[in-house]
Design a protein around this ligand. Sequence first.
Ligand code: UP6
Length: 273
Amino acid sequence: KSYLSYGERAKQHAHPVARKLFEIAEAKETNVVVSADVTRAGELLDLADRLGPYIAVLKTHIDILDNFSLTVLEALKELAAKHNFLIFEDRKFVDIGNTVQKQYHGGALQISSWADIVNCTMLPGEGIVQALTQTTEADDFPYKDQRALLILATMTSKGSLATGEYTKVSVECARKYSRFVIGFVASKTLGDIETEVVPLENEDFVLFTTGVNMASKGDKLGQQYQTPKSAVEAGADFIIAGRGIYAVPDPVASAKAYREEGWNAYLGRLGKD
Ligand code: UP6
């Protein structure tokens, strides 16, 4: 859990994508990531344009679009530039190194060409992170220093097996590949008693917390929610909200409300140590 401002972390961080992320948060005064889980390309672009001013990152599941085309990606990139947000494709890579390299770079979805940030699970072991890192470090990789990885260290769904040893290995792997891994997706700080992860000095992993909703405790499929405030108090640097923002009558008003609660909780955390 960090008690430094986004601005300070932007100055100190070794990774250019983390620096950019913190700079955006500081400049736009937002730690909101909207999980734009809509299934029509037009709807996705419309959301990105309307919510763009209030968010730091747009999280996508590009494979849920039922009218996907490569032109959507160009439009998304333009909106990211227009509103100054990063794009995080929530692909949760989970395969052997040789396969994830092909899924990430090239392939039907061209993920490396438009997603600033992607994530993976640690289920396959270290090789998955090694493989993705290797891809971004190849001489002919066109987006050098512009791409970063998050490790899915815990999950918000009921009965999740991403706990204990799995979470510990996530941290070990992030440390080993910190030239590509900038942080984690997890429900709370990993430096707690349960995980027994002891934070090291001079490391500054970014914590993204999903399962954030101001109005609901969960859904009928095992999703479990916390509020923006509790997420930030538990260590989140960025709060990820999906249905709480896009599936309400006024998504813009909702994004603003999440932004305000998330930002105030962040201000409350500053200088507490
Ligand atoms: N997500 C979770 N829990 C995790 C990891 N990822 O909910 O442990 C993702 C989901 C969805 C978003 O895939 O895109 O975060 C949550 O959406 P919601 O706010 O509408 O529940």
